[in-house]
Design a protein around this ligand. Structure first.
Ligand code: G3P
Ligand code: CA
Length: 279
């Protein structure tokens, strides 16, 4: 174990020193455990977040998942956008929940990131599911679901209409910071893996709290700053996996992989790679 770990550290230093891609390690021995590579809002360091351009980039970079933020318009259509207003990432203004789908789709969701992305729109949830199911995993975050009563049922309906309530070859996970929402969603979709997101206030989460999460969740996905060796062990002891967010530096990815996390949610899929530390 120690020998393997040392070998990894030497390899990491070598890769960093020469600026090599994370994927350069893909042909290392098959005994390695793969750390899930989750492209946060798509490959959002390289293309405007939560747009088809960012999701396409994640596929090109061979990420394992795209992470998407789902909210609801005034006319109760599901759309993919992070903030509860359109102000930061489009040329419009206002709350997502106060705008119709038509108004939302008229917005430019790409120019803020770069002129070459001027044609990007805010996608609907259904568009993203239909474009990427079976092609890449989809980590679906219900963003501020308390603002959108019934959003859990709407999301479940979209998946059930497509016979995706029993995921087999498709990698689908639903997660939220709103843990009550996850309990509702798990009731609707008992065979779909669910996750609880945990911000900095969950530093010091207890074994008892983790055991409670494990009654309905398969993933405990915390802010990367609260991840410790002990937390990873405790999450695993409860039968859950742990995908911390949001990695924006190679050294953050390396540290988390060394701690034994199962996945990494990152703006930079190139920072995540296969690692031997758990073998
Ligand atoms: O997937 C976890 C991460 O997306 C949670 O934070 O604010 O980027 O949605 P946020
Ligand atoms: Ca998110």
């Amino acid at each position: 174990m120690r020998l393997i770990f040392s070998t990894f550290l030497i390899g990491t230093v070598f890769l960093n020193a020469f600026g090599a891609s994370a994927y350069a390690m893909e042909d290392t021995p098959s005994k390695q455990q793969e750390v899930a590579n989750v492209a946060h809002r798509g490959a959002s360091a390289h293309a405007p977040e939560n747009t088809m351009a960012a999701f396409e980039k994640a596929v090109d970079m061979k990420a394992g998942y795209i992470e998407i933020d789902v909210q609801m318009t005034e006319d109760e259509e599901l759309v993919v956008i992070h903030d509860i207003t359109v102000n930061r990432t489009t040329d419009g203004r206002g709350f997502v929940g106060d705008l119709s789908l038509e108004e939302i789709q008229a917005l430019d969701a790409g120019s803020w990131f770069g002129k070459e992305f001027a044609n990007e729109q805010i996608p609907t949830f259904e568009e993203v599911i239909d474009a990427y199911r079976g092609k890449i995993g989809i980590l679906i975050e219900l963003k501020s679901p308390e603002l959108y009563p019934g959003i859990e049922e709407k999301v479940a309906d979209v998946l059930i209409e497509r016979n995706m309530q029993h995921p087999q070859n498709e990698k689908i996970i639903i997660q939220s910071f709103n843990h009550e929402s996850m309990q509702v969603s798990k009731e609707l979709l008992p065979n779909v893996p669910h996750g609880v997101l945990a911000g900095m206030t969950w530093d010091g989460v207890t074994e008892e709290q983790l055991a409670n999460f494990a009654t309905y969740a398969d993933y405990f996905n915390p802010n990367l700053n609260i991840v410790t060796d002990e937390l990873v062990t405790s999450v695993h002891e409860e039968g859950m996996e742990i995908y911390p967010y949001t990695v924006r530096a190679q050294k953050e990815a390396d540290k988390l992989i060394n701690l034994g996390v199962d996945g990494i949610i990152t703006d930079y899929p190139e920072y995540v790679y296969k690692h031997p530390v758990n073998n």
